[in-house]
Structures are given as C-alpha cells and as structure tokens.
Design a protein around this ligand. Sequence first.
Ligand code: TRP
Length: 467
Amino acid sequence: MSTDKVSVHGSWASRWVFILAATGSAVGLGSIWKFPYMVGVYGGGAFVLVFLACIALIGIPVMMAETLIGRRARQSPANALKVLALEAGHSSKWSWGAFAGMITALLILSFYSVVGGWSLEYIIDVGKGDFQAVTPDGVGAFFGELIADPWRLVAWHTLFMLLSAITIAKGVNAGLERSLRILMPLLFVLIVILLGYSLTTGHFMEGVHFMFDFTPEKLLDGLLPAMGHAFFSLSVGVGSIMIYGAYMTKEASISATVVGVALLDTFVSLLAGLALFPIVFAAGLNPSEGPGLMFVTLPYAFGNVAFGTVMGVVFFILVAVAAWSSAISLLEPMVAYLVERTKVRRGWVTFWLSFICWFVGLGTVFSFNIWKQAKFFVNEGGAFHLYQWGATAGLDFFGVIDFFTSRIMLPLGGLCFVIFAGWVMGREAVRDELSVRSPVLFALTFFLMRYVAPIGILIVFAAQLWK
Ligand code: TRP
C-alpha cells in the first residue's frame, strides 16, 4: 500500500513542525528582499495584483500538489515521482521533471547564499553604528562599496553557505524547530514595528498607492516576473515543499496547512512592501533601485530612529535566520535524493553539493563588481548578441541565473507537479492524501490542480511570447 511508506530521513514530530518548516522555507529573502524590489522595478500595483492572483490560482494548487506527492511517496522528489508514476502505471520518466527541479534549487541557492551573506554583513554594520544619522546618499554609497568588494562578499557568502550546510548535514529536524519557533514570530513583530515607523514618515499613503494602484495596460508587463516570483515566494516548483511533505505525518491535513502557510508568506511580503515603500519615498530613494532596495532603505530608517541600532541588529539577524531556513530547503531535496541513491553519508553529500553551489555563487558575487560589464542576451539596436563585454543592455550573470530559475524553471517545475497530481496520480489518490472533508471543497481544489493551475501557467508563458 502506498500510504504505508516510511521516510528513511526521519519525519516531523508533529503537524506543527511541518508548518514551521514550510513557513521557514517560504518566508525568506523572497518576501523581504526580492518582493519589494520587484514591485519597485515592475512599477507597483499591477505587479502586486498579478502576483496575488498567481499565488491563489497557481501557487497554492502547486503547493498542495507538491506536498501530497511528497507525503504519499515519502522520498526525495525524483524518486517520489518515479515510484508514484510506476504505481499508477505511467512512465518513470516523470522523475526527470523533479530532477530538473532539484538542480534548479541548487542554482537558486547559489545566489540566495550571496544575498544571505549581505544580511550577515549588515548585522555587524548596523551594530557598529555605521548608519547613525545617515543620509539617503550615504546608505546608497555604503551598499555600493560593499558590493564593489568581491572578497568581502565571498567571505560572507562562504559563511552563509557553511551555516546552511552544517544544518543539512545534521539533518533538517535537528535544531530547526527550536530556532524557528521563537524567531519566526519575532521577525513578524519586527516587521510590524517597522511598519509603525513607516506610518510616522508622512509618506505612508504614497507607499500604499504605489503598491495597490494600477492601470490595466500595465498588467501584462510584469506577468511572467510576477508568476515566477509567486513560485519563488512559496518555495514551489523545485521539490522543496515536496521533500518537507515527505516528512509530514499522515494525520495532518494538507489542504488547511498549505493554505495557512501560503497566506502567512503572502502576508509577510505585503507587510514588508508596506513597511519599505513609505521609507523609500520619505527618504527620496528610488523605488526601482533593484536588488539593493532593502539594503539602502532599512539602514536609513534604523539610522534615523530611537533604538535604531538595537532594532536594526535584531532585524538583520532575523532576516539572516529567515534566509537560512529557506536555504536549507533548497539543499535538502538533492541531498535526500543522493542519500537514497548512493548510500553515501549525508555529511559528504552535503559538503560536495554546497561546495558546488558556493562555486557557482561566485558568479553572482562577481556580477556586482569585476564581471559587472559581462552581459548576456544583449538585444541592442536591433542586433542580438549572446554575450558582450561592456554592453549597456542585457543580463549579468546573476540576472541570467535569476531569469532562468524564476521565470522558466520554477513555472515548468510547477507545471510538471500539478499535472502529475491532477492527471497521473488520479482523483482517488489525491482525495486520500488531501483529506478535505467537504466534497465541494475537494472538487474545487482538484479542479484548480487539474485545470486552472496548468492552463494558467501555459497562458502566462504564451502571453509573454506573443507580447
Ligand atoms: N521561498 C524562499 C524565499 O522566499 C526561497 C526558497 C526556498 C525557494 N526554497 C525554494 C524558492 C524553492 C524557490 C524554490 O525566500
């Protein structure tokens, strides 16, 4: 019986630990760092609206599909799809989709660790009082100097990767619960305090309008980026949530839990945006600043309020913890897979995988300094170049990895997982795992997984191609 499988990697002590782990995975740099800067770059309200629609119609069904596939198979993503496909009389090649996902997770980790490193550096800088009474230009210059220094970035990137790898080597269960139970709620409290500060800036409504007003013609502009970010924010499309589902106890209700985690994650993103943008406008900073947005906005706020130093230190510690609990969920799927396949010790597998991610991450580090001029996919003046040194258009190395993972691989991974749950596993297996009591709610959920989410993903891809 498929429902009697046991995970060789252990399981969560209770439903509560799955919620913590999944929330820890979802809430991270995606909500606090990436969401606000993307809202800024893609012009505000239209992006937010599409993002919310994608979370509800696509992200949540994909998240349910991942969790239920994981829990039914109790194995790493690639093996999970393989056994379940064989059980349902389908081709074991489905596992390739999950395999691609696990590689995507490692690519994401490569740059995630670099940015996680920035938050470590800021713990020290805020603590030293570097931002006291700082000017808007001052914070910008500070960030500019940091990212111009490859060695400092490499050092922090190395430390961040080590912290994540040590946790994974010990097994995700150990330590995760203890740290997250206190720190996640605290992060939430600090964001609310920041929001309180934003309310006093006199520019709060400007922030609200920026985040929620939109003109319909803008909806198409950020369509694919917003969908990609919905996947990124919920940690779906690569098997992170699937592997956590594999450690979930049978009693827990997947549907209720998943919706809870997704709502919490979305709520944190919106709060982070609402806290940040009023400060951006009050300080006269540029909302479309890009990846530096959070790192110039918040130190400015902390530098100009009472108890700013203490609050700033605590805040960046919490951001680093949130990033750490997300990073481990990026590493775990491939580690679990290799442990299952090769019987090599968990510690060794973790060491080598994190070393590879670290190495690829150097490309992201250098994108901000010595390789700043290296541009890929340059489309300038009607001519297209795959690579050009010194072009003004095009993507840098970080841009390429980010584009390839968030806009292409995450949606494709999600497509693979919902189609798998909706069409390969079949209605009865899904009903058995989801344990939705109301038949109407189940029918709706299954309909979202079987039709709405896959068609939605395809429509967004198509709209992007024919735009
Ligand atoms: N969701 C995390 C964040 O918002 C990042 C993350 C963890 C992730 N696991 C993932 C993104 C899997 C995509 C896929 O910071």
